[in-house]
Design a protein around this ligand. Sequence first.
Ligand SMILES: Cc1cc2nc3c(=O)[nH]c(=O)nc-3n(C[C@H](O)[C@H](O)[C@H](O)COP(=O)(O)OP(=O)(O)OC[C@H]3O[C@@H](n4cnc5c(N)ncnc54)[C@H](O)[C@@H]3O)c2cc1C
Length: 450
Amino acid sequence: MDKTLHIVGGGMAGAEAAWQAAEAGIDVVLHEMRPKVETFAHQTGNLAEMVCSNSFRSDDDEQNAVGLLHWEMRAANGLIMTSADQHKLPAGGALAVDRDAFSDWITNRLQGHPKVTVALGEITALPDGGHWIFATGPLTSSDLGAAIAQETGKDALAFFDAIAPIVYFDSIDMSRAWMQSRYDKGETEEERTAYLNCPMDKDQYEAFIDALLSADKTEFHEGETAGYFDGCLPIEVMAERGRETLRHGPMKPVGLTNPHQPEIKAHAVVQLRRDNKLGTLFNIVGFQTKMKYGAQTDVFRMIPGLENAKFARLGGIHRNTFLNSPTLLDSQMRLRSRPHIRFAGQITGVEGYVESAAMGLVAGRMAAAEILGHEIAPPPPTTAMGALITHITGGAEAKTFQPMNVNFGLFPPLEGVKGGRRGRKDRYKAYTDRAKIDMADWLRAQPLPA
Ligand SMILES: Cc1cc2nc3c(=O)[nH]c(=O)nc-3n(C[C@H](O)[C@H](O)[C@H](O)COP(=O)(O)OP(=O)(O)OC[C@H]3O[C@@H](n4cnc5c(N)ncnc54)[C@H](O)[C@@H]3O)c2cc1C
């Protein structure tokens, strides 16, 4: 069989995957549709173009999960991190870069690599054979999107995300909230207590609606459409349709009894649902939103029980092509129905430049190892890369799967470390210390030449 690795999409993930495989000695063809076919967000024909912000977020590898991901990618000879470090701009604790210099350098590096051929052109179908990684990102071209949907079934490929905020369980005040499914539905105790409920009285509800209506919202980018709205209205749009709409929708108080105040009927109830198997993260059900991030934290902390909530991620709605990876991909990031095809980057249901590049890094290494006749295990779930892969390929709830940023809620909890806000600093340090050791072991164990 031809040992060439074809990578479709020369964004954050595709560029990193190409570099990792080429450095392992594999011949790579990197297919990129730009500048022949454009997207509404990209401005250049460069590889690894940053489409919006010029920041890779926090560079703190002891207290921040993104900073830890930077550390792991540097340890793995990551191309994106090397360029980011070389083209860094002053930005406090964040890693911000000169975006043009950053992507020019990557483009030149890959075009000049003896093992890489950059082929300009759109790929519109899934191939029947060979070794492939698809890393076509949130703005995958429509013909290819249609071909992927045909393979996966249209319900398993989304074209917009609708992200409800996700809260760390240990930041919720359980003296105000309680666990119960509506009407105690469910076969098992676990199902009957699957939801976490936060009650509101009438004054709290009215104040909450006022805050929603007056909050700052983000606008859609030019070229995005809002045609998906019917299925998943942002909560603030629901509130605009009438002050009672939410009380008849996601905040309806029926079928629930507050054990802290059983004699008082709540006027409205906000429900949260488990977002991962570990039970460390809960999403606020039906609360997808276009409110600005600052406004979201102010508004959501008005919910009784969430006054001190810490958010693993805030809500959003964007044009975003992504797979239902928990059902479609195996732990090697291969499409179960066509194992010669891997997916990487944002299309796998991670979100952000760094997370996407990290998925490209792992997919590039896995594909290279496979071509060389080996299989490498995914990075351990205790590392930032491993926590993300574990989440998208099985740890997340498939039914409600939405794109995810890296955060410590995805990591297996540590025994004997203090929980809650007070213990956070020590806990994060312990997570990052553990991850660095495990990442170094994972890299050492790999059968790759570089
Ligand atoms: C409008 C917008 C703003 C964003 N802002 C931010 C931000 O500020 N910070 C952040 O961290 N993330 C942001 N993101 C998310 C960001 O795009 C991703 O995190 C990151 O770029 C994803 O990397 P990727 O490699 O998966 O996809 P991309 O970087 O988008 O790369 C995919 C590549 O595939 C190419 N392609 C698509 N279809 C085909 C095809 N059929 N054949 C060949 N090539 C194809 C595209 O041209 C593109 O170069 C934003 C996304 C959008 C859409």
